[in-house]
Design a protein around this ligand. Sequence first.
Ligand SMILES: NC(=O)c1ccc[n+]([C@@H]2O[C@H](COP(=O)([O-])OP(=O)(O)OC[C@H]3O[C@@H](n4cnc5c(N)ncnc54)[C@H](O)[C@@H]3O)[C@@H](O)[C@H]2O)c1
Length: 420
Amino acid sequence: MFGLGYVGSVTAACLAELGHRVIGVDRDQGKIESIRKSHAPFFEPGLEDLISANVAAGRLSATDSAAEAVADADICLLCVGTPSERNGNLGLDQLRRVTEDIRAAFAARTTKKKLIIAVRSTVFPGTCEQVVAPLLEGLEGISIVSNPEFLREGSAVVDFREPTLVVVGGNDPESVAMVAELYEPLGVNACQVSLRTAEMIKYACNAFHAVKISFANEIGALCEPLGIDAAEVMSTLCVDTRLNISTAYLKPGFAFGGSCLPKDLRALAYRANRLDLKLPLLESAMPSNHEHLRRAIDKVQNLTCARIGVIGLAFKENTDDLRESPVITLLEHLIGKGRDVRVYDPHIKLDAIYGTNRSFVLNAIPHIGRLMEASVDDLLGWAEAVVVAQKPSSTLAARIQSSGLPVIDLVGYRASFATA
Ligand SMILES: NC(=O)c1ccc[n+]([C@@H]2O[C@H](COP(=O)([O-])OP(=O)(O)OC[C@H]3O[C@@H](n4cnc5c(N)ncnc54)[C@H](O)[C@@H]3O)[C@@H](O)[C@H]2O)c1
């Protein structure tokens, strides 16, 4: 275990408790001495007892010698710090240095067995391949795995023992399986992914947690001047485990639209502003959505073919509601640039649409009627490329697939079919 900080000490003690022989390495003599004397190097509930029990059992020791730790190791877990630099970038000095230490120690090994380097420190996607791997180039029998850490200080020991997520990424399935096996006694199946995916998942998790906290705090900030109990609002929100506390809305796809989300976000931002409240997270949802739509428009504009078929016109599948549909904005841009587009939406019959719904689309694209195809076969027969702007049914998806046309999948339907 390289690095006996918050992550390394807890991981070392917990893996020793599972029966592994663990040697902790650090450059800080204080931490080494502390473990040798059966003390935790810092306060973390349950850690002191774990360290003293496992040092006494001979399963856990500490040293400043990389050579001693690497000599007979199967796996080196890297838990060194990756602090922020002044510009916000990640500081990789400790990671580079520890990799160089391991390189030198590995070269001096007498055993010919393979060594797995498992990076537990939080590192930006690509770091294992672009920073760690080049420093180990030329060495036979080393493989690199990403095994990000998810524990929380204050409940780190419990988090290790009862993990909700274990991720192991790498290019060598045998090494990935071997690191995943470390966690098997904890009753969790590690998610086995690619190196970069493993590195990214850690950032996605931390960003998600930060966004959740800021969301709850901004809702709370708005509740206060309105005399509303924010805790009651949030705990009631959490009662809905289908749409709120669930996997719903957590798949990368197309921009949101419709008659509710944009309208209600605008009202929240307006009212907050009148209360002199700044709610940057909530206020940024609409600009974020516009940016996402702009990226989609750029992607479609980059098509070089003449005839573009668009699947979907309503703001989502299984509705004929056209209000604030991002597809209409997409079409406006394409038409404005002189592109030849036609549209098929299984639920839109223009003559059957009334009221604001109808005027919304006619205001934006007065000749929309001439662009609509009555069947998907007509659309696919005419088009040279297809843009899927609404999640298709499995029959429709199969039909698109069998057309052999190039597809721009804006909604991520192909990924969801692949994982279904
Ligand atoms: N602290 C957390 O709650 C937490 C949770 C998940 C992930 N992480 C990530 O895990 C990593 C470690 O975090 P931490 O809080 O344990 O950091 P830390 O600063 O507490 O510990 C890092 C340790 O690495 C040691 N070190 C540096 N260079 C070394 C070398 N060449 N050889 C041996 N030891 C060396 C340092 O002396 C220090 O003791 C970071 O990337 C962090 O982002 C932290």
